[in-house]
Design a protein. Structure first.
Ligand code: PEP
Ligand code: MG
Length: 592
């Protein structure tokens, strides 16, 4: 990620990485050098191959025992969902191809078990590291983690030696913290951590958020730039690691921390209140989720249902693709947890940056075989997903949504498959919700332009502003070099939204928005002013969104939107929207 260094008076230095878990802490640093154990290559006589094989198998068994132990502890502390992360580790240990390759090397090359194992595991990790998909790349860290454990067991070394000598409250700086290590961190002594590797989707970052340990990931060369014993402050909200913070900085962050805690309390007090503007305009605030387990947090922050369930994540987990039964269980569980509120289940949006196992790489994956385009070819997958959604609809308020629709034909074809499934269910007497509402994402500019023709075929539209902005402005949402051009406030994007709202109103459809901008207080006045009925965002940002909506005047938001539509400059529109938001809710902007 982006990192920068600033030298200030008193030797204060600031490094920036990717914020992974919020919070402000300060303590001494402990740099963990978690390099793989040094492995020596030894030639073994043929007579020793069998005993090396047994030693290797024993190390695998011991590692499995340790991981199951960790899994058990994590499950007790944080629930089965989090503990499930270690299933992938266990599967790696049981992978017969891996074991056979190690044994073949020991037998053919006559090398010791440590050397043979290290060679094979490095090959696996390098292969994963080379793929373009960020999720898969981060699985390389899992493979290395398991590899280190097996090597430690083969060599009789204790794992987490660095952490074991930790007695003072510290900030850990490491190249990488394995998920299994992160899960075992003792919050009394590990106040925060920084890693060089990983992105916001890495398991390490996920663990940090679950444990609420302030953390920064992707801070390049952190272990080289800082030293054990340095005094440092982590700003987990902003992703800054500050070495030798001056008294002024400590004071400033102390105030930020106090303000944040007081604000969080005020936001929490609004949990049961509706999101309604000062002049009585009601907005529905819902949450985006990736798995049924996320519904609990959504409820905690007062979300009025789930506006986007990104079901593709079910297909991206290691192991078997979820069959109809597994999908039904997942959708039903989300529907029951969210009841009486609705869950909008989006059919799989694979492709783009979410490549399914075995997918052929494409030159322009975001313009390629993605989402509904895949579903309409793999009709059996699609029908199985629709049947699962229909079955779940008997247990709660479920809505179905199609991603990436770019033509009327696609929408009609998707609806035809849905209708076939409904007919089949009626014939077979399988219960489902006859009133099930159907919607589609508006995330391709072409779809917004023909929203009038699409609206008669759906009950609602959901604006996917991440993609709508990407495709309208020809800016790859994954490319850091052009990140500053990915501007939601661009009038071209707003005009497409206005067209969508107009078409929806003419046909009695509702309009929601579920891209990242929908949860950003600086942009919410634009959505409200443009006539969007519902905003759906990550659970953690919803309290701020509600706070802002309750301080806005609808009439002012409408005036802002009208002026934005007549504007030509994204920068100016964004400035105006932010100014309005900041003027009514300055508390939300003081630390940004
Ligand atoms: C979007 O494009 O804004 C959206 C919500 O879908 P995703 O981020 O999953 O592509
Ligand atoms: Mg999208």
């Amino acid at each position: 990620m982006n990192d920068e260094v600033r030298n200030a008076s008193g030797g204060e230095r600031i490094y920036r990485g990717t914020p992974a878990a919020g919070g402000v802490v300060h303590a001494r640093i402990l740099v963990l050098r978690q390099a793989a154990p040094e492995v020596a290559q030894r030639t073994i006589p043929e007579s020793q191959v069998e005993s090396e094989r047994i030693r290797f198998q024993d190390a695998l068994i011991e590692t499995r025992r340790q991981i199951q132990n960790i899994q058990h502890k994590v499950s007790e502390a944080m629930g089965a969902q989090e503990a499930g992360i270690f299933d992938a580790h266990l599967l790696t240990l049981e992978d017969p191809t891996l074991t056979q390759q190690v044994i073949r090397r020991m037998t053919n090359d006559r090398v010791n078990a440590e050397w043979a194992f290290q060679e094979v595991i490095n090959q696996y990790a390098a292969a994963l590291q080379a793929v373009e998909d960020e999720y898969l790349r981060e699985r390389a860290a899992d493979i290395r983690d398991i590899g280190h454990r097996v090597l430690n067991n083969l060599m009789g070394l204790a794992a987490e030696q660095g952490l074991a000598r930790l007695t003072q409250p510290s900030i850990i700086v490491a190249h990488d913290l394995a998920p299994s290590t992160t899960a075992m961190l003792d919050r009394r002594v590990v106040l925060g951590f920084v890693t060089e590797s990983g992105g916001v989707t890495s398991h390490t970052a996920i663990m940090a958020r679950k444990l609420r340990i302030p953390a920064i990931v992707g801070l390049s060369e952190a272990t080289r730039r800082v030293h054990s014993g340095d005094y440092a402050l982590i700003d987990g909200h902003g992703g800054a690691l500050i070495i030798n913070p001056t008294d002024a900085t400590l004071f400033q962050y102390g105030q930020i921390r106090e303000r944040r805690a007081a604000l969080d309390q005020r936001l929490l007090d609004l949990r049961e209140q509706p999101a309604v503007t000062l002049d009585g305009h009601r907005i529905v605030l819902a949450a985006n989720i990736d798995e049924p387990g996320d519904v609990a947090e959504a409820r905690q922050v007062g979300a009025e249902g789930i506006g986007l369930f990104r079901t593709e994540y079910l297909f991206l987990k290691p192991g078997e693709l979820p069959d109809e039964e597994a999908q039904t269980a997942a959708y039903r569980s989300a529907a029951e947890a969210a009841a009486p509120n609705a869950v909008v289940i989006r059919t799989m949006d694979l492709g783009g940056d979410k490549l399914f196992p075995g997918a052929t790489p494409e030159a322009n994956p975001f313009l390629g075989w993605r989402a509904i385009r895949i579903s309409l070819v793999h009709r059996d997958w699609f029908a199985a997903q629709i049947r699962s959604v229909l079955k779940a609809s008997a247990f709660g308020k479920v809505r179905l949504m199609y991603p990436m629709i770019s033509s009327l034909e696609e929408l009609v074809a998707a609806n035809a498959i849905l209708e076939e499934c409904r007919q089949e269910f009626r014939k077979d007497g399988i219960p489902f919700d006859e009133e099930l509402q159907v919607g589609m994402m508006i995330e391709v500019p072409g779809a917004a332009l023909i929203a009038n023709q699409l609206a008669p075929h759906v009950d609602f539209f959901s604006l996917g502003t991440n993609d709508l902005t990407q495709y309208t402005l020809a800016v790859d949402r994954m490319n850091e070099r052009v990140a500053s051009l990915h501007r939601f406030g661009h009038p071209a994007v707003l005009r497409l939204i206005a067209l969508t709202v107009q078409a929806a109103r003419a046909h009695g459809c509702r309009v929601s928005a579920c891209g990242e901008a929908a949860g950003d207080p600086a942009f919410i006045p634009l959505f409200v002013g443009l006539g969007v009925d519902e905003l759906s965002a990550t659970a953690s940002v919803l309290p701020e969104a509600k706070f802002l909506v309750r301080r806005l005047k609808y009439t002012e938001a409408v005036a802002l939107a009208e002026s934005a539509l007549a504007n030509g400059s994204a920068a100016e529109v964004e400035r105006q929207s932010r100014t309005l938001a900041q003027s009514v809710a300055p508390e939300l902007f003081s630390d940004r």
